[in-house]
Design a protein around this ligand. Sequence first.
Ligand SMILES: Cc1cc2nc3c(=O)[nH]c(=O)nc-3n(C[C@H](O)[C@H](O)[C@H](O)COP(=O)(O)OP(=O)(O)OC[C@H]3O[C@@H](n4cnc5c(N)ncnc54)[C@H](O)[C@@H]3O)c2cc1C
Ligand code: SF4
Length: 327
Amino acid sequence: MRIPDLALHRPGSLDEAFEATAAHPDHDLLGGGTDLLCNYKWRLNVRPHVISLRHLPELQGEAAGPLAAGRTLHELEHCPVLAQLCPELSRAAAQIATPLIRRTATLGGNLHLDTRCWHFNQTAEWRLAHDSCLKAEADQCRVQPVPGDVCVATYSGDLAPVLMAYGAEAVLVGPDGERRVPLSEYYALDGIRRFAERKPGELMLRLDLPQDAGDWTVRYQKLRLRETFDFPEGGVAVGVRWADQPGGEIAEARVASTAYDSVPRVHPDLAERLVGRQIQEDVAEELGASLREEVRPMKNTSMSPAYRKKMARVLAKRALLACLPSS
Ligand SMILES: Cc1cc2nc3c(=O)[nH]c(=O)nc-3n(C[C@H](O)[C@H](O)[C@H](O)COP(=O)(O)OP(=O)(O)OC[C@H]3O[C@@H](n4cnc5c(N)ncnc54)[C@H](O)[C@@H]3O)c2cc1C
Ligand code: SF4
């Protein structure tokens, strides 16, 4: 399958990038292209202009920082700074897709991954034979036909929940300068719109972790069909900060999930219930049962919603128990 005709722009600086985005409002940004160009080959929401971020020094290279948006997943996997600061991010990156894809795919692309759905990620011929849907060429959602005007496609990125568990902030840059948003507030519960408030021309520069990130123990658990290649069908990250010694009382906690909604999201109420407690089998069981109640997977991925919901309990329980130093 071929990429359709389009104009590729390769700005060499942020100013050139903003000029290109302003001159061509009907554009997509391009990281490694492992998501966007697959969609383009299937003629999914193709835009006439594509603006590559691969030549912006602010997004890649050592000077851009360990969590620059243009870093490849391979770099995240093997970065000694990240291995110290947020080792679970490197481990999660190492589980994504395949080694070849990780050499090209970027952190920014992973956090902006398009939402996925059986009715959408299909060839144009398949879609048109099935009347297509709201996210492509038609005006109704096929997964949730009533009311039918909201897309409930699934966000399936692995890194967002892990970064949320570390308390990461997204640093965005646009023609008006930089701004910061907690990653947990960056997304909108809408499979088409996807982001709460993206300003024209804005792109993601990097992620920043809080000063105390190194004090947190984060563990991520992922459900998928095969142990390589496949997108998550469910993913849960749990982060804890110990009050005193590792394995003792929890001073602060975060719980985040992916592949259950159109957004990766935090579960603050569940995290709050862990504070002041020690990790034990019954505490982990309680967390799992509560998360299972909270997630609402849709029938739009390979595994059934019932199984994915059931596995939310298992993933959350495993992630919390894995935070124990002895595990
Ligand atoms: C076979 C296969 C298996 C996969 N398995 C997994 C998996 O297990 N887990 C997983 O998480 N992902 C998986 N992926 C999805 C995806 O390829 C990766 O997540 C990858 O990180 C996307 O990065 P990219 O740079 O290639 O994104 P691109 O395709 O270049 O871009 C994706 C989106 O991000 C936007 N974007 C990119 N950079 C920025 C930026 N700096 N600021 C604003 N917007 C930006 C683009 O405009 C586009 O909308 C898989 C993909 C394939 C093809
Ligand atoms: S959730 Fe609905 S609108 Fe969204 S891609 Fe699937 S069928 Fe289309």
